[in-house]
Design a protein around this ligand. Structure first.
Ligand SMILES: Nc1ncnc2c1ncn2[C@@H]1O[C@H](COP(=O)(O)OP(=O)(O)OP(=O)(O)O)[C@@H](O)[C@H]1O
Length: 684
C-alpha cells in the first residue's frame, strides 16, 4: 500500500488529492481519469473506486473484497457503456434488496398466494362477461316458454356463482393489500434500523464530510422508497405480471389469429421503449433524491439555527433559498414526469391500437361465424386488461430502476466500515492512573487534508495534575481534545493512555475514563434528569439511574439549587439542544452529566468562556471541586484561567513551543509572555 501511495504521488503531480494520498483517500471515493477529477466512481457499475495512474490504465478497488486490480481505461469505459458489469451490479443489488424482504417472506408468500386467487378472479371477469352476453343472446333467441325458463335458470345459477367468486376475489385482494402494507412497514423499519446503526457507528470524519439533511434523507425517504418497492410495488407488479400472462393466454385461447395480428405491431416497440426509459428513470431518480436531500439540508440547518436567522432577519432570504432548492427539485421531477408521461402515454396508445385493430379484424370473423359476439367481447376485454396490466409491468420496471438508483448510496453507507473500530480493543486491568502522552503526533483533518494542524507534537500530561494548553486561535488546542477522545486518529505518531496506545484500547473503555466538557455544551431535548443520566455507564438505557446519583452529580456541579427552583425539578424539559436553559445552567448540567461516569481524565475545553461573571464563578467553583484526583487538561482560550495549572503548554505551528508553570513561563521572554501581553493589551 505504501509503495502504491508513493507511486500515485509521483504520477499525479497536478493533483492535491493524490499528493496527500493516504489509505483513507483510497478507500474513500476518488475518481481520476487521465489526470483529471472524475467523480464517476462506478465505472464498472461495481462497488469499486478507481484512480488513473497512467493514461491507459486504471486501478480499481473492489469494496467488498478489498482487492486492487489493473484495467485498461478503454476496457473500463467500454464495459461501463455496454453495461455488462452494470448488469452484474443490478443482479447483486437486486439480490441484496430482496434479502431485506427475507424476514417478511411468510407475509409476502401469503400475499402472493391470495394475489394469485384475486388475479384469477379478475381474469375470469372478461370470460364471464362474454359468457353472460352469449347467455343473454340465447335467452333473447328463445322460441318457447320452457326454453326461456331453462335459459333463465342457467343464467341465475351462473350469476350466483359469479357473486360467490367475486366475494372471494375481493376478500383476497383486501388480504393482499393488508399483508403487503404490514410487510412494507416492517421492511422499512428494519432498513432504517440498519442504516441508522451503520451511520451512528461511523467515525467523526464521516459526519464532517456529510450534511445532516443528506443523512436524514437517506434514513427517511430512501428507505421508504426501497421498502415501498419491496412490498407494494412488487405486489402490484406481480399482479400485473399474472394478469398480463393470464390475459395473453386467454386472448390466444379465444382467438390465436386475432391475438397474433393485434400484438405483433405493438409489443416490440414498447419493449424497446421500456428498456431505454427505465435506464433514464434510474439516473434521474438518483438525481431527484440528491436534490431532495439538498432541500432537506437547507431546512434542517436553518431550523436548528433559527436564532441566527431571526437575529439577522433573513426569513425572506431563507425562504427564497429553500424555494430555489425546491425549484431544482421540481425541474428534475418535471424531467422524470415527462419521461414517465411519454412512456405511459405510449403504452395507453398501444392498448387502444390493440382494441381498435381487434375490432377491425374481428368484425369479419363475426360475419363468417369463426367468432361469436361473446367471444369477441371477451377478447376485447382481455386485450384492454392486458394493456392496463402491461403498463403495471412497465411501472414495476421503472420502480425497480428507481430503487436501484436509490440503493447505491444507501449500500455505500451500510458497507462503510468505520475507520475507528467501535467495539473490541484492549480493556486494561486495574484502576487507570490517567497519564497521557503525545509522541510525535501529526494530524490534518480528513476534510482538509492539505492543512497540517499538529506537526510532530510531543507532550506528557502527568496523572492527577492539571495541564493547560494555550495558543493562538486555530493553533490546534481543541484538536488535542478531539484526538484524545479518538474522534480522529493521528496521521503519524501516537497518543498513549497509561503507556498504552489509545488506538489499541477499547473505545467504550476510553470513553468511560475520559470525559469532555466543552465550550458550548449541547443537551438533548428531554428532561434534565435524562440529560444527566445520559452520562451514566451503569444503565444502558439510562432509565434506571438512581435519583440520588443524579442529585449528587448535580450538587457537585452546582446545579442542584437552580434545578430545585424549577417547577418540575429534574423533570423540567430543556427543549432542543437545551435551549430553555441559560448558558451557565446548561454548562452545569453538562458538568453533572460528565461526572456521572466518574472519569479519570477530564478535558475542559474552556468551559467558562461563554459565561457571565456569576455563572462563571459557579461553574469554576464546581470545576475546582471535581478536579481533585483526576488528570485535568484545560484547553484555555483566556490566559487568566491557567494560573493554577501545574504546567502550561504553549502551542505554535502545530507543536509545543514552550512548557512550564505559569511563573516559569512569565519569567522568560517567550511565546507565553507574548500571548499574555497581547491579551492584556486587548483587554485594556
Ligand atoms: N472538523 C474540522 N475539519 C476541518 N478543519 C478543522 C475542523 N476543526 C477545526 N479545524 C481547523 O483546525 C485548526 C485547529 O482548530 P482548533 O479548533 O483545534 O483550534 P483552537 O486552537 O482550539 O482554536 P480556538 O482557540 O479559536 O478555539 C483550525 O485551522 C480549524 O480551522
Amino acid at each position: 500500500m505504501i509503495s502504491f501511495t508513493k507511486y500515485l504521488r509521483n504520477s499525479c503531480i497536478n493533483c492535491h488529492l493524490h499528493r496527500s494520498f493516504n489509505r483513507s483517500y483510497i478507500t474513500n471515493r476518488i475518481g481520476h481519469l487521465n489526470g483529471s477529477h472524475n467523480t464517476k466512481t462506478d465505472v464498472f457499475g461495481l462497488r469499486s473506486n478507481y484512480v488513473t495512474i497512467r493514461p491507459n490504465f486504471a486501478l480499481f478497488r473492489n469494496f467488498k473484497s478489498g482487492t486492487w486490480k489493473f484495467y485498461s481505461t478503454k476496457a473500463a469505459q467500454s464495459a461501463a457503456s455496454s453495461g455488462s458489469k452494470g448488469k452484474q451490479f443490478d443482479k447483486r443489488a437486486i439480490e441484496r434488496l430482496l434479502s431485506f424482504a427475507k424476514p417478511e417472506r411468510w407475509k409476502i408468500f401469503g400475499a402472493v398466494s391470495v394475489l394469485v386467487v384475486s388475479s384469477a378472479v379478475s381474469m375470469f371477469v372478461p370470460f364471464a362477461v362474454g359468457k353472460l352476453i352469449d347467455m343473454i343472446g340465447n335467452q333473447l333467441k328463445s322460441t318457447s316458454e320452457a326454453e326461456r325458463e331453462q335459459n333463465q335458470r342457467e343464467l341465475n345459477k351462473f350469476c350466483g356463482t359469479l357473486i360467490v367468486i367475486f366475494i372471494i376475489g375481493g376478500a383476497c385482494n383486501a388480504a393482499r393489500v393488508y399483508l403487503m402494507s404490514v410487510a412494507g412497514q416492517r421492511i422499512s423499519k428494519a432498513l432504517r434500523e440498519k442504516v441508522y446503526k451503520a451511520m451512528i457507528r461511523q467515525e467523526t470524519a464521516f459526519f464532517d464530510q456529510r450534511k445532516t439533511g443528506e443523512l436524514l434523507s437517506r434514513l427517511s425517504s430512501d428507505t421508504l422508497i426501497l421498502s415501498d418497492l419491496l412490498s407494494t410495488k412488487v405486489s402490484d407488479g406481480l399482479r400485473s405480471i399474472i394478469s398480463t400472462s393470464a390475459g395473453l393466454s386467454m386472448m390466444f385461447f379465444t382467438s390465436t389469429k386475432l391475438s397474433f395480428i393485434a400484438l405483433a405491431g405493438v409489443v416490440p416497440p414498447i419493449a424497446f421503449l421500456l428498456v431505454v426509459v427505465g435506464r433514464y428513470l434510474r439516473k434521474i431518480s438518483k438525481e431527484v433524491q440528491g436534490s431532495l436531500a439538498a432541500a432537506n439540508q437547507v431546512a434542517e440547518e436553518r431550523f436548528s439555527n433559527i436564532r441566527v436567522v431571526k437575529t439577522f432577519g433573513h426569513e425572506k432570504y431563507e425562504s427564497s433559498l429553500y424555494t430555489q432548492k425546491l425549484a431544482d427539485l421540481i425541474e428534475l421531477a418535471r424531467k422524470e414526469a415527462k419521461v414517465r408521461a411519454m412512456f405511459f402515454g405510449l403504452t395507453g396508445l398501444s392498448g387502444n391500437i390493440i382494441l381498435v385493430s381487434s375490432l377491425y379484424i374481428g368484425a369479419p370473423m363475426l360475419i363468417d361465424s369463426t367468432l361469436t359476439v361473446g367471444q369477441l367481447s371477451s377478447f376485447l376485454l382481455y386485450a384492454g386488461s392486458v394493456s392496463l396490466s402491461a403498463s403495471g409491468i412497465a411501472n414495476l420496471y421503472a420502480e425497480v430502476q428507481k430503487g436501484l438508483g436509490v440503493s447505491g448510496p444507501l449500500f455505500e453507507v451500510l458497507d462503510k466500515k468505520p475507520h475507528i473500530a467501535y467495539e473490541g480493543g484492549l480493556i486494561p486491568e486495574g484502576k487507570p492512573q490517567g497519564q497521557l502522552d503525545f509522541s510525535n503526533v501529526s494530524f490534518a483533518y480528513p476534510t482538509r487534508s492539505d492543512v497540517t494542524v499538529l506537526n510532530g507534537l510531543n507532550l506528557t500530561i502527568p496523572a492527577g495534575a492539571m495541564t493547560a494548553v494555550v495558543g493562538g486561535s486555530g493553533s490546534g488546542k481543541s484538536t488535542i481534545a478531539s484526538l484524545l477522545l479518538r474522534f480522529y486518529d493521528p496521521l503519524s505518531g501516537h497518543i498513549s493512555f497509561d503507556g498504552r496506545n489509545v488506538s489499541e484500547l477499547d473505545w467504550s473503555w476510553l470513553r468511560k475514563n475520559v470525559a469532555l466538557v466543552s465550550q458550548e455544551p449541547v443537551l438533548f431535548s428531554g428532561s434534565i434528569r435524562d440529560n444527566i443520566a445520559y452520562g451514566s455507564i451503569e444503565d444502558e438505557n439510562f432509565c434506571n439511574v438512581p435519583e440520588d446519583d443524579i442529585w449528587k452529580a448535580a450538587e457537585i456541579a452546582n446545579a442542584d439549587k437552580f434545578i430545585k427552583a424549577l417547577p418540575n425539578g429534574l423533570d423540567t424539559v430543556v427543549g432542543e439542544r437545551g435551549i430553555t436553559l441559560s448558558g451557565g445552567q446548561r454548562q452545569r448540567v453538562a458538568i453533572a452529566r460528565a461526572l456521572m461516569r466518574d472519569p479519570k481524565v477530564l478535558l475542559l475545553d474552556e468551559a467558562t468562556s461563554a459565561l457571565d461573571a456569576e455563572s462563571e464563578h459557579l461553574v469554576q467553583e464546581s470545576l475546582e471541586k471535581i478536579m481533585h484526583g483526576r488528570t485535568v487538561l484545560v484547553i484555555a482560550h483566556r490566559l487568566s484561567t491557567v494560573r493554577n495549572a501545574d504546567q502550561i503548554a504553549v502551542l505554535e505551528n502545530g507543536s509545543v513551543a514552550e512548557l512550564g508553570s505559569y511563573d516559569e513561563l512569565m519569567s522568560r521572554e517567550g511565546a507565553f509572555k507574548t500571548l499574555v501581553r497581547l491579551q492584556t493589551f486587548d483587554s485594556s
